[in-house]
Write a protein that binds this ligand. Structure first.
Ligand SMILES: [Zn+2]
Length: 193
């Protein structure tokens, strides 16, 4: 088969518009002719730029799965910390160190848990950097509001001098940093620039 005839047929072949017979002829020729095969691959690039191969689709699916897994783990860890805080706070005798576990565990973990809602809006943000910064700010804001609530709620009863209170502050700071790092990782897995 003449290369010029094949080259005339190639645009139709790429667009899947030629007859089954012609398509078969072109395919057979492409298998043996290096020059036409090259023209064909260039045409494919132009007509279907960055068309996902099955392998790309598979990798994309794995990344999405990893992102969801990361979000689930953070949700579970935050919830576990809150549950632990509620149990410890509940078992504290009234009038002694009320609110200590709320400040140490419940407030920091709630700040992180609620900030995970921001992750659902990952596609709304212009960039990954802005998204991870937004996540960090959300964690910080909710945590600070939680502290305001705890101070008002437990006013006068809370033992502020306890070193455990400072553990809560440290935990909050760690969770804010973690929120930024992990939300960045989450956006990266979802292919955000
Ligand atoms: Zn040829």
């Amino acid at each position: 088969m003449n290369c010029n005839i094949i080259k005339d047929l190639l645009p139709l072949y790429v667009d899947e518009c030629c007859s089954e017979e012609s398509a078969k002829l072109v395919a057979e020729h492409l298998a043996i002719c290096q020059s036409c095969a090259q023209v064909y691959s260039q045409m494919c690039e132009t007509v279907h730029p960055q068309k996902d191969t099955p392998k790309d689709v598979h990798l994309h699916r794995i990344s999405n799965w990893k992102a969801s897994f990361l979000q689930s783990v953070m949700l579970f860890v935050s919830f576990a910390i809150i549950t632990l805080g509620v149990i410890l706070e509940g078992s504290t005798p009234t009038g002694q160190t009320n609110g200590l576990w709320a400040v140490t565990l419940i407030v920091p973990a709630t700040g992180h848990l609620l900030s995970l809602a921001n992750w659902f809006f990952v596609r709304v943000y212009k960039s990954r950097k802005m998204f991870s910064f937004g996540s960090c700010i959300a964690t910080l804001t909710i945590t600070l509001l939680g502290y305001v609530w705890a101070i008002i709620h437990y006013a006068g009863e809370m033992v502020m001098s306890s070193p455990l209170v400072w553990c809560g502050v440290v935990l909050s700071a760690v969770l804010c940093v973690l929120s930024k790092v992990l939300s960045n990782q989450y956006a990266l897995l979802l292919g955000r620039e």
